[in-house]
Ligand binder design. Structure first.
Ligand code: NDP
Ligand code: 2IT
Length: 450
């Protein structure tokens, strides 16, 4: 029976390639658990966990600045609520479709379980493209999006947050619209502004958490981040704060990217240069090539989608930290990383490394951490924001940061301990998938056939 689980899931979800990829990866590791624990098979947990509890799809009409009426598609995938309310980000990007959101919601189940906080898995978003849109257009779109979404979420039911294309500005408009519709000021979203219910350190949490995780991995090898060269992709929320934490720990971040290409600064991105990136991306919403125009020691390489590999991953470094999007490191990239002697790959993005690339890394002994473990600091701090909102309290930045570090250490150690228990010593991917799965599977069994 176990052999056909994957076939059954794929047959039921034709064409959902990203979702299949995420399910394949978890199944690869969890198969061993199913073989050892017949109760998971008896309760048909794997089939059930791969089926969303609910998917909401809706029309999002909005008027642009020229008076044209546009239509986008909105989604919320409420994947699993066995251990807590649905929790996960919203992504606004033209590539968004059901397959991508289901893969993200599926990953989120296990990631959230690993944090140790009571959060179920969910994800949502829209194929709306925020690029080139005015503030007013973004506001009108997000308000229209929330008019429908508000019917399906609640602070004890489903608590969205940001992801690609959804940052502080969008969370503000979404929160305002929800409050107006429901006449209720509650923690319906996380990543809120700090004057209106947001937690300190939430903006920093994913990038900082990633570097904490990478540092725990290095510590295990009796190494530190000091002096290590890091190639980072992306230049959004996760990449910015990953670079910040690298700088704080005397590492050297030498790259940043967006969908137009990447910059390489062999001297390292300093605090001042990072501030330039933050202003460029968060305020001016410009493109990354401006960095190379401002700092003459840096070079800009335009993205070449026909090349079959990304030259960014062919830069000599010690650590690779993909922080942009899914499937951004393929097998050819992984071979380049190995050729250049990369020591560690830790994922800031969700599923940035293809299965073939993961295989290349692992076969060559590269220390590899999957996003569901290494990027969990963002959602973990979202969980801390929920706790503060429920309690009506605010914690200091130091308190939240300390909790974030403890959570990342807990995930790191749990991954290793679980991997070892299942005969996969040192395999962070196996540890993350197995530990996350067991926690949720046990809760599903305890709660009955739902
Ligand atoms: P942002 O929107 O802030 O930044 C995304 C960055 O990735 C931009 O530089 C963007 O470039 C680039 N990017 C996006 N899509 C593509 C693409 N198709 N090809 C090349 N570059 C691309 O998003 P975040 O930093 O929040 O998210 C980055 C990753 O981290 C995502 O995988 C997300 O799911 C994951 N993540 C985010 C968390 C969070 O708390 N925000 C938590 C955990 C994971 P451009 O502007 O040109 O599109
Ligand atoms: O992928 C993720 O974990 C996020 N985008 C953050 C989700 C959240 O609820 O903070």
């Amino acid at each position: 029976m176990s052999q056909s689980v994957i076939d059954r899931i794929k047959q039921r979800t034709p064409g959902e390639t990203e979702f299949h990829q995420a399910v394949d990866e978890v199944y690869l590791n969890v198969k061993e658990v199913l073989d050892r624990n017949p109760q998971y098979v008896k309760h048909n947990i794997f089939d059930r966990i791969a089926e969303p509890e609910r998917v909401i799809m809706f029309r999002v009409p909005w008027m642009d600045d020229q008076g044209n009426i546009n239509v986008n598609r909105g989604y919320r995938v409420q994947m699993n609520s066995a251990i807590g309310p649905y929790k996960g980000g919203l992504r606004f990007h033209p590539s968004v479709n059901l397959s991508i959101l289901k893969f993200l919601a599926f990953e989120q189940i296990f990631k959230n379980a690993l944090t140790g906080l009571p959060m179920g898995g969910g994800k949502g978003g829209s194929d709306f493209d925020p690029k080139g849109k005015s503030d007013a257009e973004v506001m009108r779109f997000t308000q229209s999006f929330m008019q429908e979404l508000a019917k399906h979420i609640g602070h004890r039911t489903d608590v969205p947050a940001g992801d690609i294309g959804v940052g502080g500005r969008e969370i503000g408009y979404l929160f305002g619209m929800y409050k107006k519709i429901k006449n209720e000021f509650v923690g319906i979203l996380t990543g809120k502004g700090q004057g209106w219910g947001g937690s300190l350190i939430r903006p920093e949490a994913t990038g900082w958490g990633l570097i904490y995780f990478a540092m725990y991995m290095l510590e295990k090898q009796n190494e530190t981040l000091a002096g290590k060269r890091c190639i980072v992709s992306g230049s959004g929320n996760v990449a910015q704060f990953a670079i910040e934490k690298i700088i704080q720990n005397d590492g050297i971040a030498v790259t940043a990217s967006d969908s137009s290409g990447f910059i390489y600064d062999p001297d390292g991105i300093t605090r001042e240069k990072l501030e330039f990136i933050m202003d460029l991306k968060n305020n001016r919403r410009g493109r990354i090539h401006e960095y190379a125009e401002k700092y003459s020691n840096a070079t800009f390489t335009p993205a070449d989608r026909e090349a079959g590999h990304n030259a960014l991953w062919d830069i000599e470094a010690d650590l690779a930290l993909p922080c942009a999007t899914q499937n951004e490191i393929n097998a050819a990239d992984a071979k380049n990383l190995v050729k250049n002697g990369i020591k560690l790959v830790a994922e800031g993005a969700n599923m940035p490394t293809t299965p073939e690339a993961i295989e290349v890394l692992m076969e060559n002994g590269v220390n590899y951490a999957p996003g569901k473990a290494s990027n969990a600091g963002g959602v973990a701090t979202s969980g801390l924001e929920m706790v503060q909102n429920f309690g009506g309290v605010y914690w200091t930045a130091e308190e939240v940061d300390k909790k974030l570090q403890n959570i990342m250490k807990g995930i790191h150690d749990n991954c290793l301990a679980t991997a070892e228990k299942y005969g996969k010593k040192g395999d962070y991917m196996a540890g993350a998938n197995i530990a996350g799965f067991i926690k949720v599977a046990d809760a599903m069994i305890a709660e009955g056939i739902l």
